[in-house]
Design a protein around this ligand. Structure first.
Ligand SMILES: *Cc1c(COP(=O)(O)O)cnc(C)c1O
Length: 424
């Protein structure tokens, strides 16, 4: 019920629209993102730290004053957000850090942070009166859209990349989405191409998890930052590690901290650290090489176990690079082996089971600690973005299978020693 939305402005051509225009894209520039601007002066009068502290953190909609839709009765929710901020003592010790926190986004209704964005996107679709939606996704965003679409009675067509893990497809099919695996991932993402054609020809509401084709969903991940500040006792951490595909999450997290700075809740912003896999690092390369943020070179042959980060073109890279610059942040690409190592550490030391994309932020932290870019005394939050059971194939390959034995103590002892190296 954000009555504080002022206007939407195209990130590329600067054209201004009102929220009531119910636009998804800019008329002038087909790659511009309609960034949402708020009236902070008016918001400040109402949304103070005391006001927020009185509302229990039961879902991200606690923060409904800071995100669309305008009409509260249009909110479509499954209780997303309000995920725990876990103090990771064992992991911190192992990495030699003093204060490490995991923002556990695997706890969201469909198993990834994408639920936050899609809850907003579907609420806005309802407010605008759409009954059909279309998406392009590596899986998690589509699964989230399908779940919220099911709840709202909105039909969902989902185009996913051919290689998407079955866990994601199964979810989509059960939520009732009409799912298509699309061939030919390369320089141009074929799922995005199809989505745009279906939008243009048939008027479906586009709801992928990147800004140029849906600016509303970016407002969802803002609530991750609000929650981190609240859960730290209304303080900001020093660093936040963010896995990056399209860079919408990074953009949302940045906007969230900015909102709180505008409202005077925090004095300044944490440094943001963007992480990609060496198998698909177009955003990290663009940042390091100082490429034109509006003309980032796409990655030719994306190939990584982190499907969720496999966007060959970071659609919100312009905002993502601005986020790193404003927060004096940093970026790094990490090999898939380090992502696997991070997955295992997360699960075995802290009991948090993430998919590879979900653990990539931690792999980035490990790389940054290795070369001394992060100080041991700094307070670090790592976003754990998606659940390990999303991708059982990768899990099986790296964890292997369990040995089979009879109900026989001697055999148990022998196999315990052989397979696990433990003697009792
Ligand atoms: C989508 C996704 C990301 C990356 O988010 P972007 O907004 O595309 O940068 C990270 N982790 C998981 C699990 C995801 O599904």
């Amino acid at each position: 019920m954000s009555r504080f939305i002022k206007y939407l402005k195209c990130s590329r051509c600067g054209r201004i629209y009102s929220y009531e225009d119910a636009r998804i894209t800019c008329e002038n520039n087909d790659l511009g993102r309609l960034d949402i601007y708020y009236d902070y002066e008016a918001m400040k009068e109402v949304v103070t730290k005391d006001y927020l502290a009185k509302i229990p953190l039961e879902s991200m909609w606690k923060y409904k004053d800071l995100i669309p839709p305008k009409d509260e009765s249009k909110i479509v929710s499954l209780g997303e957000g309000a995920t725990p901020l876990i103090k990771a003592k064992r992991l911190a010790e192992e990495l030699g850090l003093k204060n490490l926190y995991l923002k556990d986004e695997t706890r969201n209704p469909t198993g990834s942070f994408k639920d936050r964005g899609m809850s907003v996107a579907v609420s806005v679709a309802k407010e605008f009166g759409f009954t059909k939606a279309v998406t392009a996704s590596s899986g998690n965003a589509a699964a989230a859209l399908a779940a919220y679409g099911a709840r709202a009675g909105i039909d969902v067509i989902a185009f996913v990349i051919e290689q998407a893990g079955y866990g994601k497809i199964a979810q989509l099919l059960f939520y009732g989405a009409k799912v298509f695996r699309v061939r030919g991932l390369g320089r141009e993402d074929p799922t995005v191409k199809l989505m745009r054609m279906v939008h243009e020809k048939f008027g479906f509401y586009m709801a992928p998890s990147f800004g140029p084709f849906n600016p509303y969903q970016i407002e969802g991940p803002k609530t991750i930052s609000y929650e981190v500040v609240e859960q730290l006792g209304w303080r900001r951490p020093d660093w936040v590690f963010v896995p990056v595909g399209a860079a919408s999450l990074l953009t949302g997290v940045w906007k969230g901290f900015r909102d709180f700075r505008e409202l005077g809740i925090i004095p300044d912003l944490p440094h943001l650290f963007a992480v990609q896999s060496t198998g698909n690092p177009p955003f990290v390369r663009a940042y390091k090489e100082g490429q034109d943020p509006f003309n980032i070179r796409p990655w030719d042959h994306p190939h990584t176990i982190a499907w969720g980060l496999e966007d060959p073109y970071p659609w919100d890279g312009d905002a993502g690079i601005a986020a790193l610059k404003e927060t004096k942040g940093d970026a790094e690409e990490v090999p898939d082996e380090l992502i696997l190592k991070a997955m295992k550490l997360l699960a075995s030391r802290e009991g948090v089971f993430a998919e590879p994309s979900g653990a990539a932020g931690l792999a980035g932290l490990m790389a940054a600690l290795e070369d001394g870019r992060i100080d041991k005394d700094e307070e670090v939050v790592v976003l754990i973005t998606g659940h390990g059971l999303k991708d059982p194939d990768v899990v099986k390959e790296s964890a292997g299978d369990a040995p089979t034995i009879s109900a026989d103590l001697e055999e148990f002892k022998a196999v315990l020693s052989n397979a696990y190296g433990i003697k009792i």
